[in-house]
Design a protein around this ligand. Structure first.
Ligand code: CA
Length: 427
């Protein structure tokens, strides 16, 4: 199959941002204020500058106008049709042979010179727990005979996270301090976290949302998803172990959550949707409000997810980051539509720019685990790195890099860009 190329040469064959992706984000060019842009190859297309050329009309112009102001909330609120109109117009403008090339070229910035911000003002952030292999792996550490609690296969488990400490990729991760209960002790200690971890997750950006008291039906849920990103739910395991009963994680998760800054739209991901894996024999059928045949047939996502670790020693030695996990979003036990339907079923309001985390997306086997808690079995088995170092949990100077990539036969591959964070010492 022949796929269209772009006159932006770096887009053709680009690992993340070919013409077929066109993710949206908020960037600042050198010396400039934050504004909306679209990633194309190694460049960023300035949407405000493009709007000023008069090359956008109708719904595409409406969509671009909604991106003004330094955040994408109003754009997310518009829903699918204007987003699709903008995508189609951008494709026409950026495709090889476009007559508008001369004008559009004036609106490009080299991405390497720009700084990325969070794409939206996040009102609420909810972290789910739908990676069933992660839930089993973690459950096994605590309950070897009964890793999954009885509600897991009925309810998409989640908790309300902290929106104020969401940060874009590249933000340093200060090791938190807090209360822990050291093994064998009766009284808690206070000090720096000694069991700092990452969690490989998919982020889900909410679109139009619902009025309080109304719910989003599962067959409408995809209309309320604007796009996706990578999310690192940094976790202080020792603080978590002491504080989590009976209400769940609190300060062990709220010190920072890192996001990849580009919003990969639902439209760009369309070719990489797939059937939800059939539930194993004996698993209950979801309740009717969580079940829809179309969602089961094409509501899952096939995104290859990767975790790399770059220690201070590796950087000093000029060594490349080392991959420590390779996983896939197909390990989600619940689809994104099921999460939206469940979150709103009690009348809880979802608003444009709300963010969901999927929960850690691990596979079943070694090499597919999306947290050090699983990789090292709770710190019992050290991970040996090719640099000669070993890790049970993260050390100061360690940088964790998440990557995501979609491939399918007959399709141009697209990617998410990176979600990076480097650990710095506690204060
Ligand atoms: Ca999490």
């Amino acid at each position: 199959m022949n796929h269209p190329h772009s006159w932006v040469a770096s887009a053709n064959g680009h690992a993340d941002f070919p013409l077929q992706n066109l993710p949206m984000g908020i960037f600042s060019p050198p010396g400039g204020r934050p504004r909306a842009g679209v990633a194309i190859g190694d460049s960023i297309l300035d949407l405000e500058a493009l709007l000023a050329t008069g090359l956008l009309q109708g719904e595409a112009a409406t969509a671009a106008l909604a991106c003004e102001g330094g955040h994408l909330n109003a754009f997310f609120a518009l829903g699918r049709a204007p987003r699709l109109a903008l995508r189609e117009r951008l494709t026409t403008l950026l495709i090889d042979g476009s007559e508008a090339r001369g004008f559009v070229q004036q609106c490009l910035h080299p991405a390497a010179e720009c700084e990325m911000s969070l794409p939206a003002r996040v009102g609420d952030y909810t972290d789910f727990y739908v990676g069933i292999e992660h839930a089993k792996n973690v459950g096994k550490l605590f309950r070897p005979d009964n890793p999954l609690l009885p509600n897991y296969k009925y309810v998409p488990i989640g908790y309300h996270g902290r929106a104020s400490t969401l940060r874009p990729s590249g933000t340093q991760v200060r090791r938190p301090v807090g209360q822990t209960l050291p093994a064998g002790q009766e009284e808690p200690s206070f000090g720096p976290c000694a069991r700092l971890d990452f969690e490989l997750e998919l982020g889900i950006w909410i679109g139009a949302g619902n009025a309080m008291g109304e719910r989003i039906a599962i067959d409408q849920a995809d209309e309320h998803v604007a796009g996706f990103c990578l999310l690192n739910d940094w976790s202080a395991r020792d603080i978590q172990a002491w504080e989590y009963q009976p209400l769940g994680p609190f300060l062990s998760k709220s010190f920072i959550t890192s996001l990849s800054p580009w919003v990969v739209t639902a439209e760009a991901l369309e070719p990489f949707r797939c059937a939800q894996a059939p539930r194993p024999e004996g698993d209950p059928r979801p309740l009717p409000y969580l079940w829809h045949s179309v969602d089961q047939a094409q509501g899952a996502l096939d995104i290859e997810l990767e975790v790399l670790l770059h220690t201070r020693h590796m950087r000093e030695q000029g060594l490349a980051p080392e991959r420590i996990a390779l996983s896939n979003s197909r390990s989600m036990y619940w689809t994104v539509a099921q999460l939206v339907a469940h979150h709103s079923v009690n009348g809880c309001q979802l608003q444009p720019g709300d963010l969901f985390g999927s929960g850690t997306l691990s596979g079943a086997s070694a090499g597919q685990h999306g947290s050090l808690l699983e990789i090292t079995e709770g710190g019992k088995q050290a991970l040996t790195l090719s640099s000669g170092e070993s890790r049970r949990f993260l050390e100061d100077g360690d940088e964790v890099i998440l990557r995501g990539r979609c491939s399918a036969p007959g399709q141009v591959s697209i990617g998410f860009g990176e979600c990076r964070g480097r650990v710095i010492a506690a204060t």
